[in-house]
Structure formats: structure tokens, C-alpha cells
Write a protein that binds this ligand. Sequence first.
Ligand SMILES: [Mg+2]
Length: 224
Amino acid sequence: MADQRIAILFDIDGTLIISGDAGAASWRLAFDELYGIPADIGAFTDTGLTDPEVGRKTFSGVLHREPSAEEFERLLDCRLKHLRHTVRDSQGYRVLDGVEPLLTTLLGKGHLLGLVTGNVEPAAHVKLHRAGLNRFFCFGGYGSDSEDRGELTRVALRRAELVYGAPLSPGQCIAVGDTPHDAEGAHAAGIACIGVASHHFTADQLTAGGCDFVIGSLEEEWPL
Ligand SMILES: [Mg+2]
């Protein structure tokens, strides 16, 4: 039976690209510019958090209080300003193996490609811009839509339906990510997840973490 999946939702960091230190460097520069503190997000956060969560936890970690709404908005703006440059200048930036050929093939087969990521929407596009990858994706769910991965995945699916022009069942959609967080977010939205063991997690860890299919890289045979 031919696979009926229509919408495919890709995580960005560790799945499509690695930005090197660009994300952490942009937060460090923003905290330094606004508060004189070159904050290290790694000291206060884990991978898999959305950008707003990273900003809030690091803010309270270094300033020992919650940001006001105005302060938080200014922090996110300042961080985006620096991200353009840290992504452009990152020595460690690279596109992961197999990404462009796979995206081209999937588009050619008529799939709708989207993003599902903890990045706020402009950060997602800045990170993909350096590699010219924005053109593949016509919808997404972002850290600016919700701090909850399940909810931002549901937002992505609603946008997929808008682009598709008709309702999509969960079985017609699938997420692709490099961590167990991606599987949790996908399952919370009722869809399956392909784990790609291309970055921090091994195939066994992704299977144990709930991924429904696991591949070693996007160069390997597509599991659907
Ligand atoms: Mg990731």
C-alpha cells in the first residue's frame, strides 16, 4: 500500500542543520548588551526547550527574578538581532547529510513540507537562510506559537490544513526530529515521529525515547 502521508514536519536544529554555537552566542551577546552579563544558556537550560523558555530560564538564572513583559520582548528582539550575525559567522554551521536531496525528492512526490521547532519563527528562518533551505517549507509551528511542544505541533498541523485546503487526519502527517522531545511533541498532537540519529542521540536512544521509526541520517532510506 502506498504511504498516505501528506504533511511532513521537520525539526530544525540537529535534524536539518547544526548551527554550531550560533544560538548560545546570540543569547550571550543579548544578555551582555542589555544587562552586562554574558549569560551561558547551557548553565540554565537543556536541549529541547523553546526559545521563550530558554530566555526566561536564563533571565531568572542570571538576574534572580522574572522579566517584565517589556524586558522580555526587548531580550527576544536583541537576541534575534545578534542571531543574524552569529549564524552568518558560525564556524560550526553545517547542513546535515542528505537534507537537500531528501527535501527535493519529497516535494517532487507531492508532500507538503513544514517546520516544527522550538525556535521563534524569525529565528527558524534566520537559521535556515544561510543554507538556502527556507524555500522548502510552506508552513510551520514555532516556539513563538507556544511553549508547549504538543501545542506548537498542533498549530503546525492547522497551518498544514490551510495550505492543503482540506482537513488532514493524524495518519496523513508525520514529524521528523533528532530527540525524544520531538517524539513527545508529535505524539501529544496525535502524529507519529521519525527519529534521525544524526546529532546527540543514538538510534537506540531514539527508539527508547518513543520514536516510531528511526534512521541513522537523512541519507538513509526513507522509512515510509
Ligand atoms: Mg532538534
